[in-house]
Design a protein around this ligand. Structure first.
Ligand code: HEC
Ligand code: HEC
Length: 235
């Protein structure tokens, strides 16, 4: 079980947060076994069962950014995050965060405010695809400053629970940006706010670099539409 990997020191710090979150998520975390990965059907999404077909239809605008490999946010300049391989539960929480303003990003806020709760569930199911399953091998050793992080995000960056994001293979510049935002308050998540408070810029860069190199890796969504078919499909 996950707790075995904690050092005694980390355990004390984490116990409060984790007891609550593990209790809530242990049931779904257990479904992320290698057997599930081998199954042809998408892994069961727990309570948030989305309609993939509807999600795909709704994803058209999103793919203009999230479906383009290496696409950048301008001002400031950093890569648009990869979404494929996250859990739908996490993507739902992220979209709700942009919608409510807990995460500040003008474009994502205006995108998310056009979505109903059901739209968010469907779109999350579509973007998640098949959530990453850990192979319990990491590339290199985590930086010292990531000792606590791996208890939730996984030594190999594959999350231990569907409510937490996987970081494996995510763009390093996006990870840096996200961590800066938790630190400066642009993202108001209280769990992450607490964990980043003591990180130095050099820690953040080392952590982002480490997780961006892990596998299995998150992917940029493939665009099911070409510029030629898009018009026809969306009339
Ligand atoms: C103009 C480009 C653009 C469009 C269009 C766009 N996004 Fe985003 N998206 C971004 C950027 C940039 C970020 C990172 C924002 C930040 O720094 O928090 C992001 C973040 C996200 C995240 C959070 C990912 C994570 O790892 O936490 C999700 C989920 C997401 N977008 C889904 C969507 C969906 C669904 C749509 C369509 C309804 C959409 N996006 C449309 C650029 C875009
Ligand atoms: C108790 C579990 C837990 C621990 C420990 C933890 N995180 Fe997180 N992490 C989360 C949750 C939950 C979120 C989603 C927060 C939100 O909704 O914005 C998150 C989000 C993130 C994100 C944003 C990912 C994205 O796709 O936008 C990064 C990067 C991250 N964490 C890195 C870290 C680092 C680095 C540490 C250690 C310093 C750490 N986390 C410790 C639970 C945890």
């Amino acid at each position: 079980m996950v707790l075995r990997r904690f050092g005694a020191r980390s355990f004390g710090l984490l116990a409060t947060v984790l007891c609550a979150s593990l209790a809530a998520h242990s049931a779904s975390a257990q479904t992320a076994s290698p057997d599930t990965a081998a199954a042809p059907a998408p892994a069961a999404a727990g309570p948030a069962q989305g309609d993939l077909h509807r999600g795909k239809e709704l994803s058209y605008t999103c793919l203009g950014c999230h479906g383009v490999d290496g696409y950048k946010n301008a001002y400031p300049n950093y890569s648009v995050p990869k979404l494929e391989g996250q859990h739908p539960e996490y993507l739902i929480a992220a979209l709700q965060g942009y919608r409510s303003g807990d995460r500040s990003h003008i474009t994502m806020h205006s995108q998310a405010t056009t979505l109903s709760d059901q739209d968010i569930v469907d779109i999350a199911a579509y973007f998640a695809g098949k959530p990453l399953v850990s192979e319990h091998k990491s590339v290199g050793t985590p930086p010292q400053a990531a000792a606590l992080c791996v208890t939730c995000h996984g030594q190999d960056g594959v999350t231990i629970a569907p409510m937490y994001p996987s970081l494996a293979g995510q763009h390093a510049d996006y990870l840096t940006r996200a961590l800066d935002e938790y630190k400066k308050g642009g993202r108001k998540n209280p769990i992450m706010g607490g964990f980043v408070a003591s990180l130095k810029e050099s820690d953040i860069e080392a952590i982002a670099e480490y997780f961006s190199k892990q596998a299995p890796a998150l992917q940029t969504e493939k665009r099911p539409f070409s510029s030629l078919t898009a018009e026809a499909e969306h009339k």
